[in-house]
Design a protein around this ligand. Sequence first.
Ligand code: AMP
Ligand code: GLY
Length: 433
Amino acid sequence: MKIMVVGSGGREHALIWKIKQSSVVAKIYCVPGNAGTAELAENVEIKADDINGLLKFAKEQKINLTVVGPEVPLAAGIVDLFNKNDLRIFGPSAAAARIEGSKVFAKQFMAKYGIPTAQSGIFADKKKAKAYINMMGAPIVVKADGLAAGKGVVVCQTVEAANQAVELIMEKKEFGQAGAQVVIEECLIGEESSIIALTDGETIVPLASSQDHKRIFDNDEGPNTGGMGAYSPAPVVTDGLMEQINNEVLLPFVQGMKQEGIVYKGVIYAGIMVTKAGPKVLEFNARFGDPETQPIMMRLKSDLVPILEAVIDGKLAGQKIIWDERAAVCVVLAAGGYPGKYETGLPITGLDKVHQVAKAYVFHAGTKIEDRTEKTEHRLQISTNGGRVLGVTALGDSLKFAIDKAYQAVSLINFKGMHYRKDIGGKALKLVR
Ligand code: AMP
Ligand code: GLY
């Protein structure tokens, strides 16, 4: 079987690492990929959002299954386009992916189907948005409606900061059309966790629980990022809480989509805040989380490919998914300056030493292979090529062991300006003690 994975992050590297272990797979392409995926798959220079280019390539190469990582091609309708051309593809249609692509749609959907979430208002007029902020007071959260590469959410500690966020999104149009409407939301307090589930439109099966670390600095300080590290399982998600999330979020989600006339096939990711009043949905994503997918794939014992195929074929009900009982931890190594401006093209050292740490693996995100051949000396160098550069991931008999191993592997790697959080998994350790 020939498989194409669309994307170039740690998530895609982890998916390919897992797909590569499948007995039914003969060849994997990664589009566009990174230096890590190049070791396991053939990278192809097509942009992840060039859906017509991807279609052409899939037809030429007779790809049997395409797996989509990022949200942009999903929102652009890659699944609809491939289906129209009789090509098999894993992911939701554009109509279904609106659950991530429009926060206004997501809030209205949650309200309609009784899914617990923060109290909020939706505004297309900035004066009304500000009046609502003044009425509600701080802390308060301002969200651009559309896709903003994970940067469209501002958690504001003061009314002034919230008004500034409205200006930035609606007046300065920082995120373009994505900011034509805003959602202004009550600030929820609690522990966050990521519930990533698969659904074929009828059956919904949660994957192992996980937790991301959104803020750039230790102790959850500083601005939000795409995610600075993750672990699985998340001890905050007890069996009882998982059942509650299943009944109050996942099942109503599938029922609601059906009632809207949408067959939702693929991943549904619910970002959950576990508040004193129970679990509440912060956001829905229509794709695998990153970095969460890195520890999750490390714990997945079953072959991933038949599971993805069962989603496409509407046969998820018969699938059994087996997990490694051990814990996995991923520490993201970021470029200096991220999530703001950062340099690229910086040589990375130590990647060849990580094999010394058993059960540790480095998933690449923003990396590329540079040809540094000088005169007669042929040399290829792996360099930085993004904000989140690597996801150093390790499996351990306990969460503590997994954390120690991940950081042991981190200590072998270096590049100029490298920055990472030192407290990944720390909060969970307190819970399991
Ligand atoms: P989102 O893209 O909606 O998940 O927002 C990104 C991050 O902002 C979340 O993971 C939370 O850390 C934070 N966040 C979003 N909405 C809220 C809220 N209503 N209350 C508190 N924090 C929030
Ligand atoms: N880690 C958060 C996300 O994938 O959106």
